[in-house]
Design a protein around this ligand. Sequence first.
Ligand code: G16
Ligand code: MG
Length: 219
Amino acid sequence: KLEAIIFDLDGVITDTAEYHYLAWKGLAAELGIPFTREDNERLKGVSRLASLEIILELGNKQMAFTEEEKEHLAKKKNIQYMELIKRITPADILPGIKPFIKEIKEAGIKVGLASASKNAPAVLKGLDLLDEFDYMADANLIANGKPDPEIFLNAALNLKVNPENCIGVEDAKAGVQAIKRARMFAVGVGSMDQLGEADIVYASTSELSFKKIIEIFSK
Ligand code: G16
Ligand code: MG
């Protein structure tokens, strides 16, 4: 029996990937590392420090900085990112998401958030969606990033529901893997070749159908 639907944020509820990209691009340029939109795909759903490692690797600079310097670089990127997300408004909610959440709530099902982003509350505030969530996992308290199931299990625990009665919604491959490892039903938003492990894949959020998802989940 379905008890909760747990959402990823970036790429599912809103598209912050472009802002992450611009902020990382600025830092990469300072370090003399070429960084493209295609490279940015690899950072989706990945934590801040792990993202920095990927960028340093692109420039063969993993060894060039101490842990302390890396913390400083990541902080610098985040200051830039926080500046960029000030522009977020409810108009930035991806198509189909508002009616989808409305249907979930009307059906008496809980709504949770499992975002790797420490800026998730600020982004949801900009979108005016903070009140829609029964529980938001705090990325600061999660030790293991996706594909580890920890963040989805943490959300289920705090929503006081059984993971097997949950659906997770994700746009990243590592995110879908995290949902499956949490023994939840996975809805992927994106391309089939990236998200093939999900139980259903939609090309875009505008296609999300609560009815259809419930039907397949209940089988
Ligand atoms: C998001 C993004 C990632 C980002 C991560 C950490 O995850 O997809 O690109 O690196 O959060 O963000 P922050 O630096 O704000 O803590 P998700 O799980 O919402 O897709
Ligand atoms: Mg995502």
